[in-house]
Design a protein around this ligand. Structure first.
Ligand code: RTP
Ligand code: MG
Length: 140
């Protein structure tokens, strides 16, 4: 399996509860390396563009409002099979369905306020990383 990159966001419900380090500990214990990281306040335009794929979904407005409600930490993760590995480490979208030990089982508040984002494919990972990082801000 090849070394891949994936894109991660520690969402506002987690930064608000001072859980950045706790989330990063789970990521690193899973063998993923944090090779880029920045704390930002997402603008409405950034959040709308990032979640454009969900524009027609009923929760889109709520999602954009949530993602701009406080600071987020955007990250580039690297490791063997990183895209699928991080999805596994995050757990199911709905924390009630997330497996024990996953970030969402440990920390998510609800299906909307679910602490982390992770890319769902290698192609989307590249697009999402490019939205928030230049190569100069990534060091593997
Ligand atoms: P993500 O994109 O954030 O990594 O999460 P995901 O793939 O597990 O879930 P996705 O279907 O892509 O949904 C994106 C985010 O929208 C919010 N959501 N709210 N209220 C709802 O029913 C609902 N469903 C989804 C969550 O914040 C989810 O992570
Ligand atoms: Mg998704």
């Amino acid at each position: 399996m090849a070394v891949q990159r994936t894109f991660s966001i520690i969402k506002p419900d987690a930064t608000e509860r001072n859980l950045t380090g706790a989330v990063n500990a789970v990521i690193e214990q899973a063998g993923l390396r944090i090779i880029g990281q920045r704390r930002i306040q997402m603008t409405e335009d950034q959040a709308k563009r990032f979640y454009a794929v969900h524009a027609e979904r009923p929760f889109y407005g709520e999602l954009v409002e949530f993602m701009t409600s406080g600071p987020v930490v955007v990250q580039v993760l690297e490791g063997e099979n990183a895209v699928a590995k991080y999805r596994e480490v995050m757990g199911a979208t709905n924390p009630a369905e997330a497996a024990d030990g996953t970030i969402r089982k440990l920390y998510a508040k609800s299906i909307g306020e679910n602490s982390v984002h992770g890319s769902d494919s290698e192609e989307n990972a590249a697009i999402e990383i490019a939205q928030f990082f230049s190569e100069a801000d990534i060091a593997g």
